[in-house]
Write a protein that binds this ligand. Structure first.
Ligand code: SF4
Ligand code: SF4
Length: 379
């Protein structure tokens, strides 16, 4: 991941051809370019060949338990809110081989690791998603339990961020302090402006390599009017957030382990774990060993897991969190409260994915608001 709080260079402006040239330049440098595209009636972050793969004219509608694509009526290529899939699945794959071993004359030998894949270039990373990468960088950068694979993928990734010009109905990054303005952690930052001949992009470099990459493009210096339009768009998005988190109360959740609200939410929660799968900061895993039938070859795999599964809290004698109440409480209290004790930050960046992809529409901001209301008048 690019450095933090790097000084921004002078802004330039280019059109879709300029963005195409950026994608080509990244590919010629050996990057595997990942960007938004439509698949399975959703915007997903996957390999793109060129800008024709981007979701031109596509927006989305999100509500509790609901996600639909819609036509925007313009040709914006970054006109959706956030993809159901975060960039997490590229940096922290859902299934990853940790090592392989084979039987030898003297026992077992551990095989050399698979060759490193090419570095990623991510196109279209939102402010809340950069914040999520920074959160996971802390999780996987822990001095005692560092994950060099994650750290390497993040360090090598070239990040093209896109500032949000519109907030979604489920967004609450403004109250979490993670967006919508992109402030750090990018190589190149774009703001998309609608134009009668198609979108234009105000581009700013955040790192030396971003500056070098932008230098390869035929781009004009951005006019004052364009800079003002770009700043106005993000300011407007900040004012139109669909949700708000009561952060003073959310940070105190660990004090309310016996609150009656946990029973109410448990009556609705199906403990399906969807919220943890779509969350860009959740990091729980399990480990599985597999062997061939003869027992000559063995592999150890790490896979995403969820604190909503009964097995996840299994220790000698049984699971610690056998009820839905305790599993939901664990998830939300860790995310919003005890995560500070562990990592010095919240584990929520306000993207709203867990609300859209909860089959019964449980809303993390609503759950905190209910506890917040119940505290009024109490010391
Ligand atoms: S808890 Fe929900 S809103 Fe917060 S980062 Fe995770 S998915 Fe996004
Ligand atoms: S809160 Fe919603 S998405 Fe999360 S486990 Fe419960 S039912 Fe599933």
């Amino acid at each position: 991941m690019p450095g933090v709080d790097t000084p921004a260079s002078a802004a330039t402006v280019f059109d879709l051809d300029g963005l195409a040239a950026l994608v080509t330049a990244l590919k010629s440098k050996g990057y595997r370019v990942i960007g938004p595209r439509v698949a399975d009636d959703a915007v997903v972050y996957d390999d793109i060949d060129d800008v024709r793969d981007l979701p031109a004219g596509i927006g989305d509608e999100q509500a509790g338990g609901r996600y639909r694509l819609r036509k925007r009526g313009d040709s914006a290529v970054f006109g959706y809110t956030v993809s159901p899939q975060g960039w997490k699945r590229h940096l922290f794959p859902p299934r990853q081989k940790l090592f392989a071993a084979r039987r030898s004359a003297t026992g077992f030998e551990v095989l050399p690791p698979d060759p490193a894949p090419p570095p990623f270039a991510f196109i279209g990373v939102r402010a809340c998603e950069l914040a999520a990468m920074a959160v996971q960088a802390k999780v996987f950068g822990d001095k005692d339990y560092a994950d060099p694979g994650y750290q390497g993928r993040l360090k090598d990734a070239f990040v093209v961020a896109v500032e949000c010009g519109e907030a979604g109905d489920l967004c609450f990054c403004a109250s979490m302090g993670t967006g919508p303005a992109v402030k750090a952690g990018y190589d190149v930052k774009l703001v998309e402006l609608a134009g009668k001949d198609g979108p234009r992009f105000i581009a700013t470099a955040g790192t030396a390599r971003g500056e070098k990459m932008l230098g390869k493009l035929k781009a004009a210096k951005a006019a004052d009017g364009d800079l003002k339009a770009a700043a106005d768009r993000v300011a407007k998005a900040a004012k139109k957030m669909g949700r708000k988190m009561e952060t003073a109360t959310s940070a105190r959740l660990k004090e309310f382990s016996e609150h009656p609200r946990w029973d109410q939410v448990a009556a609705r929660c199906m403990t399906c774990g969807n919220c943890t799968m779509v969350c860009p900061t959740c990091f729980c895993t399990t480990v599985e060993d597999v062997t061939d039938l003869k027992g000559d070859n063995a592999e150890r795999w790490r896979m995403w897991d969820s604190c909503f599964s009964v097995e996840f809290s299994y220790i000698h004698g049984g699971p610690i969190r056998s009820e839905a109440r305790s599993r939901y409480r664990q998830w939300i209290t860790h995310k919003l409260s005890t995560w500070f004790d562990q990592f010095g930050t919240a584990g929520c960046v306000g993207c709203g994915r867990c609300i859209a992809w909860c089959p019964v529409g449980i809303d993390i901001t609503e759950e905190v608001a209910a506890i917040h209301e119940s505290l009024k008048g109490r010391k």
